[in-house]
Ligand binder design. Structure first.
Ligand code: 5GP
Ligand code: ZN
Length: 130
């Protein structure tokens, strides 16, 4: 099983943000911005172009999580990102959409993709779960 299939199965712990019949969403362990979440199909799909229906299946979850991040964390906007293929930076070969909340103190594309080791994952999780 791949690492994200292990997360869906509950064999590897994750900070779950949202779940429906076909999708699972959890906090990225090494976030760009507070609330950085990954939305994945529960079934294994290696990458975007391997399955014509997978992205559509998880679209409702992506929209629901985007609303949750805005409501609970006060994100004013967010970026969606799919890295498809190793050359694009895909490291985990189980399709996932990055939802990256954005805040007024660090706006714009240039501030998008820098890991921030100071983010308090437990604190973010508590705010999302409240
Ligand atoms: P990729 O580069 O494949 O688009 O993104 C993979 C993402 O998965 C990375 O942002 C990385 O931090 C995250 N990640 C990798 N392993 C784990 C894990 O075990 N748990 C969680 N929550 N995130 C992970
Ligand atoms: Zn998988």
């Amino acid at each position: 099983m791949c690492i994200f299939c292990e997360i869906v199965a509950g064999n590897i712990p994750s900070k779950k943000v949202y779940e429906d019949d076909v999708a699972y969403a959890f906090l990225d362990i090494n976030p760009f911005h507070a609330g950085h979440t990954l939305v994945i199909p529960k079934r294994h799909v290696d990458r975007l172009t391997d399955d014509p229906t997978a992205l559509g299946e998880i679209a409702p979850a992506v929209t629901a999580v985007a609303a949750l991040l805005q409501e609970k964390l006060g994100a004013e906007g967010l970026n969606l990102l799919i890295n498809s293929g190793a050359v694009a930076g895909q490291e985990v070969f189980h399709l996932h959409v990055h939802l990256i909340p954005r805040y007024a103190d660090n706006p714009g594309m240039s501030g998008l993709a820098k890991r921030d080791p100071d983010i308090d994952l437990d604190g973010v999780y508590q705010r999302l779960s409240a």
